[in-house]
Design a protein around this ligand. Structure first.
Ligand SMILES: C[S@@+](CC[C@H](N)C(=O)[O-])C[C@H]1O[C@@H](n2cnc3c(N)ncnc32)[C@H](O)[C@@H]1O
Length: 265
């Protein structure tokens, strides 16, 4: 178990039915065993030992992946290289939303809903030192492995060094936070469950984790309590404001928008 894994699961206990861990590559046997113990699930000798409707976290040649029947996904920041290189990140809506005028020194950010870490990577590319909170242990395991591999991608290595994963509930952690932070980013939305036929494979698999969805209002309340300089929330373009709180301004895209609360003017 690494320093970043948090054993204190409290009310965020995740129980996985039909989930197994497997190591296709012998050198990952110990990692597979440690992950299975952390998740309190069994190790299976090979992928084909799982039934088609069962989930398997598998250590393979390309890293840790999550599979179910013929669906498979793993995090891979290689797909982000074109968005983060040579200041391409400046054109990202999220980076525009997170921007500070007259910023001095290294800015700090909390991504309270890390998921697969792609938005955090954009913030790290823009120079933020990012702490990523992810409370689902399966998603956290996939993200931890993505970050490990990211350090081997020359275009990503430096920004990945500015990203630190904490496997914990950010609502609880922000409630206890004393350190000053410049930015808190919230992205609580995964595509809706009923649209599985239309959404990407990656989301179809993540939805099978049945992760309990904590209240968005609690996320915003916890973020406000930290008193960062700014809070940015990703929303569906036409979605309601969280907790009916009108932001200071929004950055609009076709499908999504970023609601920005500037707490220190
Ligand atoms: C829509 S996804 C975020 C996607 C992310 N922005 C990205 O770029 O991949 C939301 C994630 O937040 C996690 N999450 C939701 N509430 C959380 C909380 N209170 N603490 C930590 N993680 C949380 C969920 O498990 C899920 O993985």
């Amino acid at each position: 178990m690494t320093d970043n894994q948090n054993n204190d699961k409290n009310d965020t206990q995740h129980t996985y039915h039909h989930l197994y861990v497997c190591a296709e590559i012998p050198r990952y046997k110990n990692d597979a065993q440690a992950l299975a113990e952390h998740l309190q699930v069994q190790v299976i000798p090979k992928m084909s030992d799982a039934k088609p409707d069962e989930l398997v976290l598998c250590y393979g040649r390309e890293g840790l992946s999550l599979s179910c029947g013929r669906l498979s996904m793993r995090g891979d920041f290689m797909t982000m290289v074109s968005r983060v290189r040579e200041e391409m990140w400046k054109h990202e809506m999220l980076v525009k939303a997170a921007k500070f005028k007259n910023a001095e020194g290294t800015l700090t950010a909390i991504d309270a809903t890390a998921g697969m870490g792609e938005d955090s990577l954009l913030l790290a590319a823009a120079g933020f030192q990012v702490t990523l909170y992810e409370y689902d242990p399966v998603i956290a395991a996939l993200l931890r492995d993505t970050l490990r591999r990211a350090k081997k991608i020359p275009e990503i290595r430096e920004m990945a060094g500015r990203m630190k994963l904490v496997e914990a509930d950010s609502i609880e952690s922000m409630g206890k936070m004393l350190d000053f932070v410049d930015l808190i980013y919230l992205d609580p939305m995964f595509p809706e469950r009923q649209k599985t036929g239309l959404i990407k494979k990656k989301f179809q698999l993540l939805q099978k984790l049945e992760s309990p969805c904590r209240d968005e209002k609690d996320l915003l309340a916890a973020a406000l309590q930290v008193k960062p300089k700014k809070i940015v929330i990703k929303r569906p373009a036409k979605g309601p404001y969280i907790a009916d709180e009108k932001p200071d301004y929004s950055i609009m895209g076709k499908a999504i928008r970023y609601d920005c609360f500037t707490l220190v003017k």
